[in-house]
Design a protein around this ligand. Structure first.
Ligand code: HQG
Length: 191
């Protein structure tokens, strides 16, 4: 089974367009597992079972989905107009965000914004941030976020999974370049 393609389709259904799959997400993003299976079966995933989805989740490089009983949800990445409700939680001292070189000036000026998604996406480690940034730029920039200080000063954070945190917009004063960047000149941009 092509788990990568299945995962992509699930992301689309549970993060971006549940209505196209006849799904209605609850306040916290949960969808009915049986209904999702039926919708996917009708789209060519013949004989797809909950066990297949569980296996896909287990084998995935990222913890994107969660199944509980007869419900399933995406843990992050939503772009729906209806905001997924999450419980704010105190973040670690520092979090990271990987982005494209071309976005840095704008982030410096306006801070980190959720853009097309409901929340800003941050990671607990530099490696995950690099992977995140590589989706936008072959030589991404990693930003270091003073998360605890932002939280103490009223910015909301939410746990996504073991590696990913979500947050509301983060002003530039909490952001700096992480460690040594290949693009040394960018140090000039942050402090
Ligand atoms: C940038 C993937 C200009 C931001 C990943 C990012 C993640 C600004 C882009 C998850 C800006 C949005 C989400 C500003 C932010 N000016 N650009 N003021 N503020 N940006 O794809 O965070 O594989 O919507 O830096 O690993 O890259 O799908 O968000 O580059 O966890 O499971 O605007 O999606 O996970 O891009 O990625 P995206 P993201 P999956």
């Amino acid at each position: 089974m092509d788990y990568k393609r299945l995962s992509r389709q699930l992301s689309y259904a549970l993060r971006h367009a549940p209505w196209k799959y006849g799904l209605e997400l609850g306040r916290e993003g949960w969808a009915d597992l049986r209904q999702l299976l039926r919708a996917l079966q009708a789209r060519g995933w013949r004989g797809l079972t909950a066990a297949d989805l569980q296996q896909m989740i287990r084998l995935s490089d990222k913890q994107r989905f969660e199944i509980a009983g007869d419900k399933i949800r995406a843990l992050y990445g939503h772009s729906l107009p209806q905001r997924i409700v999450r419980e704010p939680a105190p973040p670690p001292e520092v979090l990271f965000h990987g982005t494209a070189r071309r976005f840095v000036l704008s982030i410096r000026e306006k801070g980190l914004l959720p853009q097309g998604r409901q929340y800003v996406h941050l990671s607990v480690d530099v490696d995950t941030a690099l992977q995140m940034g590589k989706r936008h730029d072959p030589r991404p920039v990693v930003l270091r976020i003073n998360a605890k200080r932002a939280w103490n000063e009223g910015i909301c954070f939410f746990r996504g999974n073991d590696k990913i945190w979500l947050s509301d917009a983060i002003p530039g004063r909490y952001i700096e370049l992480a460690g040594s960047q290949p693009q040394g000149f960018m140090l000039l941009l942050f402090r």
